[in-house]
Every structure is written in C-alpha cells, then in structure tokens.
Design a protein around this ligand. Sequence first.
Ligand code: UDX
Length: 445
Amino acid sequence: MNITVIGTGYVGLVTGLVFSDLGNEVICVDIDPEKVRSLLEGRPPFYEPGVEELLQRNLQEERLHATTELESAVRHADVIFITVGTPPRENGEPDLRYVEQVAQEIGRALNGYKIIVTKSTVPVGTGNYVRRIIEDHRQGDHEFDVVSNPEFLREGSAIYDTLYPERIVIGAESQRAALKIVELYAPLERPMLITNLPTAEIIKYASNAFLALKISFVNSISNLCERVGADVTQVAKGMGYDSRIGAQFLQAGLGFGGSCFPKDVKALIYSSQKHGLDTTLLQSILDINEQRAFDFVERMAEKLGGLKGKTVAVLGLSFKANTDDVRDARSIEVIGALMQHGADIRAYDPAAMPNFQRIYPDLTYCRSAYEAAENADAIALVTEWNEFKQLNMERIFKLMRKPFLFDGRNIYDPMRMQKIGFEYYGIGRTVEAPLLQPALHGARG
Ligand code: UDX
C-alpha cells in the first residue's frame, strides 16, 4: 500500500517506520526541512530504541522516503496518516491549528479516493471536523473517508508497542475505509475493534485518563502507607493480583509526566466541561499528581533541617526511563522546588541533559551519578533508569557528605540501603520490613 504520514514526531515517525518495514511504500512529510534532511541521512530527530536501525534499513531498501512536499505525497498515497502535534492551549483545549492546516492541504491535493486517518490524539468530534475541512477545500468531487485510529505507543518501547499493540482501534464511517485499514494492519495479527469515529476518539482519551487515574490513586494510597508503616509496593502487588484491577500502572512515585497523560487528562476535562459535565474525578487526577514533587521536596527539607545551602544530587531528568524527553517531567517540578528552598543542585541523566539544559541552563550538570553524588547532602532519585538501579551504592555513600537518600521511584531496597549507612526515604514505605517486624517482636516478647 502507498502510505503518507504527515508529521514526523514520535507517533508519526514510528508509524511510518513500522508500515515501511512491513513492506509498504511510505512517505514521511514534515514542514521542518532540517528534520527531513536528518531523516534522509538516517538520523532520527529524537532518541528512541530501535528507531535509527529501522530508519536506516528502510531508507536503504528505498521503501521509506522523507519530504517537505505535502501535495505530491498526498497524491501518491492510498492512506494518509495525520500525526501532527496537538499542543494544549492555556485552558487545556488541544490546539488543532496544525491538524486544520494539514486537512486543508490534503483537501486541495486530493486526486482520487483516499483514506485520511487521524492518529494524533484529537478531541472527540475532530474526525468529522477534518472531513468538513477536506470537503470545503477539495477541487472536484474526489471521494475520501476519514478514519480515527488512535495510537497507544509508549516512549521507550514505541517500536515494540506499534508492532505488538494490545488492540487496534479503527473508527470509520464506511465499510470500505474500515476494511482497507484492517488490511493494512492484518500482518500484525492483533485484535481489532471497528467502531465509529467519536467512539474511537474517546477510547484514546478514556484509556490514558484511566491509566493516569491508576497512578494518582496508588500515589494517594502511598501517602497513607507512609503514615501507618505500610508498604505501598506490597499493597499494589496485593491489589494487582486481582485481574479486575491488574498489576500495571500501580507504581507509586513522583507521579506521571510526559507528553500524553497530563495533556490528555486536561483535554478530557475540557471536552467534558464543554458539555456541562462534572469533572471532579478527572481534576483530582491532576491535583494529586501536581502535589507529588512538592511533597517530596518538603519531606527532604524537613529531614535535612532545611535545604538552604545544601547540595542535592538529582538523579534522572527525563519524564521516565529510556527517553531523552523532558516534557512535563517531574524533575522540572522537583528542581524548581529545590531551588526555591535555596538548595545547590548537581544533576545527572543518562540521556536527557541536553534537553533539560534548555529549561534550566544554570544547574551543575555532571557526567555520572558518582560525580553528582560528590559532597552531596542528599540524593533525590527522580527517574527510574536501569543505570541507577545498578549503581555501586557503597561507592555513592562514601562520596557523599551526608547520607540522605530520597528514592522518588522506589527502585532501591530500603533494608539494603540502611545497611550501607544511608538514611533512606522511599515513597509509601518505611525501612522496617512490615511483615516480619511484628512477628519478631512477638517472639521476643
Ligand atoms: C503513555 C501511554 O502509556 C501510552 O499508551 C500513550 O500512547 C501515551 O502516553 P508514555 O507517556 O510514553 O505513554 O509513558 P508511560 O510509560 O505510560 O508513563 C507515563 C508516566 O507515568 C511516566 O512519567 C511514568 O514515570 C509514570 N508512571 C507510569 C508512574 O508513575 N507509575 C506507573 O505505575 C506507571
């Protein structure tokens, strides 16, 4: 099939690469000539495992092309994916400016039956809106269909998620269009749900908001765990064995960041309010999340007797592991709060420092976690990189001035850290092993 993908961000490029690798002829379009040039040279514009390899292979085999020329790319295509950004406005409403521009250009370039697929996360009703724009701009009465095919990929495992999605959602208004998209995805052999446009659009928002809800829920529970000597990691495990709940997305920590969850929950709130609906539950997801970094730093200040003039090593800046993406990363909030308290910060991240430097140019950036820990009064572990799980913590301990370890993602074993000599503070758990301690006391008593 001839496929054109408009917008070469995470979703667009990964989609283009996977379809190309499956044997389709794919053109990736972007307005940024620099991005296109770098793609043509086999250099992806962002860090994502597997992307570079796939890009180079498919360029070499000449199934993948990149251009700034939208018109010819549209004319060449059977299926056109719109994967441009939908950044949030101040009020949480997604800004559809780029989707509108692209739809107009597609309309003008239309030269025969085509399927236009929205893959960007767009508010319910956008599919129909795109259809109207294309109708208004097409020259002649060329037929077309609009399909909503939301993307569920995660950064860090984007290629895998696209090749092995748990479900493929196809919102289409005609059987002709639905069947064509089914045919395109058939080689993946994954479950498909065919439904109408607004249903597909809501599935995407509802899924992301629900995952964010799980995180805020477990984070709320972690606050109680801390107060009563319970261990939130065990609570989550105990809950997760119930298949109705499921074990995933119950890791308590500093909360969620990234380009999707915060933005999508805000957009769902906006859509619901537009229809006069109550949004208390959705708003709480965000409120709880906002509070996390603040509480984390307050706790540090309390335990260290104030942070003014203290040196804090911040480990991890990306919004999660295996990405250089710092959009809405909790590290931004943590560092902002640390600075307000007057702390000196030594930061380290395996991949995200160049991006973070644009937000905070004046921090001390270090070449390793060890360098960051030198003479630090405390460590604030913010992102759960594997590299941090494997650190020589005895060495870290020796490098530090004071032994405070604040583990914002619960990656360390509290007992082990205490044995090394750290004053360890995790999220929603205390150092005592809650299961064994009472029994031992009982036996002694
Ligand atoms: C998310 C969705 O998972 C994906 O389906 C959608 O297409 C885009 O949004 P992504 O933003 O890449 O993907 O990251 P994800 O792995 O979902 O993590 C989001 C945030 O939640 C991260 O900041 C992560 O640290 C945090 N998180 C995740 C938790 O705090 N606890 C958890 O249990 C899981």
